[in-house]
Design a protein around this ligand. Structure first.
Ligand code: GLN
Length: 284
C-alpha cells in the first residue's frame, strides 16, 4: 500500500485525551500522530496477548451502525463483517476479536443508535459518532479514536468561501448528524436528508447550494462526483472526536473497548485503516 498522504488531510489523530465538547465539537488539542506507515493491515489480525481481557468464548458483540457514512461504514457485496465494510467495521471486528468475541453488525438509522443501546438491541454503537454533551446524557463514550471536523461541500464554481456565506443559501444536512446541529447553531435554515448520498444528489442537481458533513465523508463524496469541492472554515466548525458508545453504566464493556482502542491506536492499526480506506475510496 502506498503512503497515505491523504490521511493527514483527514486529521487522523490518535487523540488520547477527552475534552469537553460543545454541540459543534471542540477545539481538542490537535493530536499528533499522522504518521501512516506502509504496513498492510488487511491480512494481519492484532494479537491479544493480554490476559486481563476475559474471553467470552463464542460470545457475540453486536455493534449498531448506520452504513451510510463512507469511509467509516458502507455496504458492499462482501465486507469485513457480512455486507458491511469501512474503518469502523474493521475496528469493531478487531475489538471483538481482542476480547474473544465475534462482531455482528446491526444497520439502522443514525438517530436510532442511542435508543437501540438503551433498549439492549445492540451492545455498542460505532458510527463515526461524535462525542457531544447531549449524547453523553444518553450513553457512555469510549476514548476517542478519530478526529474530524464539519466541512462544506459546494459546486466548484460556488461563491461560498466561509460558513457565513451560507446565510442566504439553500443548505442541506443529514438528519441527526452533528452537521445539522452546527448549522442550527449558526442560526441558518436548512433541509435535512436521511442519507448523505441524497443530500449530495440535491447539490449535484442544483437544488441545494451546500452540504455540511464530516470531513472524511465529504472527501469521499467529492471524489465520487464531478464538479464538487470542499470548503473548510475552522472558525465555524471546530474539531470533533469520534468514539464508540455503550449503554450508560456498562463499564465492563466500556473498559474492554477502551483497552482495545488504546492498543489499536498505539500499534498504528487505526491510522493504517484510515489510510487504507481513504485510499480505497479516493479517486486519485
Ligand atoms: N460525526 C457525525 C455525528 O456524530 C456523523 C456521524 C454519522 O453519520 N455516522 O453526528
Amino acid at each position: 500500500m502506498k503512503k497515505g498522504t491523504k490521511s493527514a488531510a483527514l486529521a487522523l489523530a490518535a487523540v488520547m485525551m477527552t475534552a469537553v465538547l460543545t454541540a459543534c465539537g471542540s477545539k481538542a488539542d490537535t493530536a499528533g500522530s499522522n504518521t501512516v506507515t506502509d504496513t498492510t493491515v488487511g491480512g494481519s489480525q492484532a494479537e491479544n496477548t493480554d490476559a486481563d481481557v476475559t474471553p467470552e468464548n463464542g460470545g457475540t458483540l453486536t455493534f449498531g451502525t448506520n452504513a451510510e457514512f463512507p469511509p467509516f461504514e458502507f455496504v458492499v457485496a462482501s465486507g469485513v463483517i457480512d455486507q458491511y465494510d469501512g474503518i469502523d467495521i474493521a475496528i469493531a471486528k478487531k475489538i471483538a476479536e481482542k476480547n474473544g468475541m465475534t462482531a455482528a453488525i446491526e444497520n439502522m438509522e443514525f438517530p436510532s443508535l442511542l435508543v437501540a443501546l438503551e433498549n439492549g438491541q445492540i451492545d455498542a454503537a460505532i458510527a463515526g459518532m461524535t462525542i457531544t454533551d447531549e449524547r453523553k446524557e444518553e450513553a457512555d463514550f469510549s476514548i476517542p479514536y478519530y478526529t474530524a471536523t464539519q466541512v462544506m461541500i459546494v459546486k466548484e464554481d460556488s461563491d461560498i468561501a466561509s460558513a457565513t456565506d451560507m446565510a442566504d443559501k439553500k443548505i442541506c444536512v443529514i438528519e441527526g448528524y452533528t452537521g445539522e446541529v452546527c448549522v442550527k447553531d449558526l442560526g441558518y435554515q436548512y433541509v435535512a436528508f436521511k442519507k448523505g448520498t441524497d443530500a449530495i444528489m440535491e447539490l449535484v442537481n442544483g437544488k441545494c447550494d451546500v452540504v455540511v458533513i464530516d470531513s472524511a465523508t465529504a472527501q469521499k463524496y467529492v471524489g465520487d462526483n464531478e464538479g464538487l469541492k470542499i470548503v473548510e472554515d475552522a472558525s465555524a466548525f471546530e474539531s470533533e472526536e469520534y468514539a464508540i458508545a455503550v449503554k450508560k453504566g456498562n463499564t465492563e464493556l466500556l473498559d474492554k473497548i477502551n483497552k482495545s482502542i488504546e492498543e489499536l491506536l498505539d500499534d498504528g492499526t487505526v491510522a493504517d485503516l484510515g489510510a487504507m480506506y481513504t485510499e480505497a475510496v479516493s479517486v486519485e
